[in-house]
Each structure stands twice: as C-alpha cells, then as structure tokens.
Design a protein around this ligand. Sequence first.
Ligand code: PBG
Ligand code: ZN
Length: 316
Amino acid sequence: MCEALRRGVRETRVSKEALVFPVFVRDGGGNPVEIVSMPGQFRYAVDDLGRIFDVLLKAGVNKVLFFGVPDEKDSVGSGAWRDDGVVQRALRRTKDSFPEIFCVGDVCMCEYTDHGHCGVLKDGAVDNDASLAWLARIALSQARAGADMIAPSDMMDGRVAAIRRVLDGEGFLGLPIMSYAAKYASAFYGPFRVAAGSAPAFGDRKGYQMDFHNVKEAVKEALADVAEGADIIMVKPALSYLDVVRRCAEALVVPLAAFSVSGEYAMIKAAGAAGFIDEDGVVAETAVSVFRAGADILISYFAVEIARLIDAGRVG
Ligand code: PBG
Ligand code: ZN
C-alpha cells in the first residue's frame, strides 16, 4: 500500500478541535513561573495569559481548562467561588480579549483549601453532602464569569445533579457539564499537586477517588453522572486507563474525554530530556492511543506539540 493510501484508510483520526490544554493561572503579576515537576509548563498571571493563548492559537488549539493557583487558602476554599477569584478573573479577561478561546473551568476545592482536600471537612473527614453546595457555588461563579463549560473534578457523590440544579435555576440552562466521572486515586497526579500546591495536608483522596483495580465501577459512576445531567464524561488518568476509556466509550451515549495527566507528561518529558526515548514519537503514539481507545476529546499538556505533529503529518 502506498503511503497516501495508507493514510487514507487510517482507522483513527485526530483533529486539533478535539484537544484541550490545561492552564495554571496564579495570583499576582509578572512573568510565567516554570513548574519544577513539569518542565515546559508554567503558572501564568492573569495579565500574562495572552502569552500562552498566542502560542495555542498559532498551533490551532482553541480550548483551555483553567486551574487556579491562589495565594491565599482557607478552610472552605473561598478563593474558588469569589467573584474576584483567580479563575473568575482569568475567565473574564479571556472572554474579553480572546473570545475565540473556549474556556472550561475546573471545579474543585483542593487548590483553595488550607487542608488540600476536594471538599469541606467535618470532624477531620471530607463531608460529601456538605461539600455539594460549595461546589455548586464555585460552578455558578465560573458560569457568571463567562465559562463555556464546567468541569467538576472533586468526585463527591451527587455533585453533577447539585451543580446542574443551581446552574439551571440561575438561567445557565445550556451550559454544559464535563464530569470527571471516572477519576482514579492515582500517583500520576503528583506533579500537578506540586504545580497547584494542592497536596492533601493529611490523609489521601482514596475516600472519594476510585480504586485502580476497578473498571465496572467507572462505568457505573459514568452512567450515574450522565443520569444526573453530565454532558461529557471524563476518564482520568489516560494512559494506564485505556481499557476504562474503551469500556466507557461503549457504554455511554455522550462524548468521552480523557485527561492525560501531569505524571504522564512528566514521565515523557524526563525520558525525552535524558535521550532515552524519541519524545515526539512517544507523544504522537500516546495521543493516538487515547483516540483509538474511543475518546472523543483529549486533555493534554502536550496539546501544542500534538497540533504541530498533526501539521507535520505524523499524527492525523
Ligand atoms: C484536583 C485535580 C487533580 C487533577 C485535576 N484536578 C489532582 C488531584 O486530584 O489531586 C490532576 C491533574 C493532573 O495531574 O494533571 N481535583
Ligand atoms: Zn480536588
């Protein structure tokens, strides 16, 4: 088969439209600060977001997922829902200056709480039900600031329904929710917790994130989130969970996203820098594998590199 025909009959297609780039936005001004655990990734001041948006748009990537890195934290994570919170300011600025960028807001508390957990505490443990109202409040404040989509990553039971109810009640009936439904308790989040300063101050997240021995549980969680009103379901991490992506793709009737997380990025970067692997080759292969497994959307710190590999004909 000639090369042109081989490309013509490829079974998996990757388009730039399907890529989402995670952006860390921090309080304060000044230049981007490189994240030690994620070489090549930065925390951006709100005033400086244009710098990364120019790079993204030039490469053909127009979707971002915002994570906030606030200076101040408290027990209820008020920086997550304040009107002048870092993500709210980033959303307003982006919608004003870069209306062509599609903005997804990550809804969680761990970057904003002094204890680093994804919900509020009661008697030293995360209180699922009490956390729901706070999460809905975060989602609503992001909606008011201009978010195009809301992505709850906290993993509290019932949060999609709680968020949907509040958004609908406030007139945001058409605002989509992308639920991190199948989010595993994973060591692959380590570099992110350095980047966002969100490591739990005590204990771990195993009470609310999933056990990586299970796959049917992921399908069950995903179906429950769809029933609660999720428009898109996310599986996270991606690479060690391609079976979960496949099972969810087959079981669901909504689009599926996979999040190639910080640890996946850090491993490829480290091995690439050491000369142990061909970094571009591995980025291409891993990105395609996520789509081959059945994902419709890929959230990746390599979004720009993947877009360039598409341009170069190495992915597509
Ligand atoms: C917080 C959150 C995490 C990630 C996204 N949202 C980390 C965690 O659960 O500790 C991980 C993203 C990544 O590793 O790139 N709810
Ligand atoms: Zn969290």
